[in-house]
Design a protein around this ligand. Sequence first.
Ligand code: GDP
Ligand code: MG
Length: 327
Amino acid sequence: VARPVDVETLSAAVLAGDRAALARAITLVESTRDDHRARSVELLARVLDRTGRSVRVGISGTPGVGKSTLIESLGKHLVDDLGRRVAVLAVDPSSRRTGGSILGDKTRMAELSRSPNAFIRPSPSSGTLGGVARRTREVMLLCEAAGFDVVLVETVGVGQSETAVAGMTDLFLLLVAPAGGDELQGVKRGVMELADVLAVNKCDGDLRAQAMATLADYGAALQLTRRPHGLVPRSLAVSAATGEGIDGLWSVIADAHGELVGSGELARRRADQQRSWLWDEVRERVLAAFHADPVVAGLAPSVEADVVAGRMLPGDGAARLLGAWHR
Ligand SMILES: Nc1nc2c(ncn2[C@@H]2O[C@H](COP(=O)(O)OP(=O)(O)O)[C@@H](O)[C@H]2O)c(=O)[nH]1
Ligand SMILES: [Mg+2]
């Protein structure tokens, strides 16, 4: 976006499904420049009424579990067999220096990435999780406006990224690998509670029996998780590598989605998500304005030093900094 972008032309091209325009629109939305920010707000406003009509699926699992292979396999099924248009996005809190983008391995999605009905977009390589997540939500809207009717949002299973992804999608798919014994691979209880669908991958060859045993373990554990309003969680075994069970996986996802629509739970989930997105934006902007204040910036080092040395309580320090803020 070196040259000024005519937002009206760009939004029309995005709405017409022009992939090059979509890519340019995403670059604009991901830009941190103030003038780009203003344009991207205008762009999003122009396409807003054409968004929201996709099936949004969050996909998570530890590195190596087979997320990329699964997305390739599921994506091809959706595009080739079901005539859907699939966008693949990533929420990746890690920087390039500390491990790289999760979609860096686009080679595992070689065929899907060549399809005109698929759109694969790696996440920005760095930034706070909140910042990445905000852009991913906006990118998702752009993809919907461009006519993609399934959006797969991938995240690696670390820290809060699962919560962030579950907080912007309709359904959360947790992918696990066959495990030995009855240990549940250290999957945290909170993450289990997020899972609407759990798939044990690599159910093929020598791993088949182990995968089925793992499925039984997880199936039992899933039934014990708290589900205040949600779905009864589904679980199944698949092989992303051979494609076995991948059509069944989509049936399960589509079924669950239909149930969410029918019960009104999808509308509730999306309303909650919009509300938290609003307050995320407010928090981020308030903090940015706070840090940008010269008086606060001038005072911060000494307050920080006092707090670090134990001479001042953090609460007292915060009150002093906020008191100095010329808002
Ligand atoms: N046997 C078997 N291997 C798989 C399957 N899916 C992925 N793999 C292998 O597992 C490794 C990690 O896969 P990848 O998709 O990159 O995992 P990611 O890190 O979760 O994205 C690769 O060597 C894949 O070939 C599967 O269904 N069966
Ligand atoms: Mg991967």
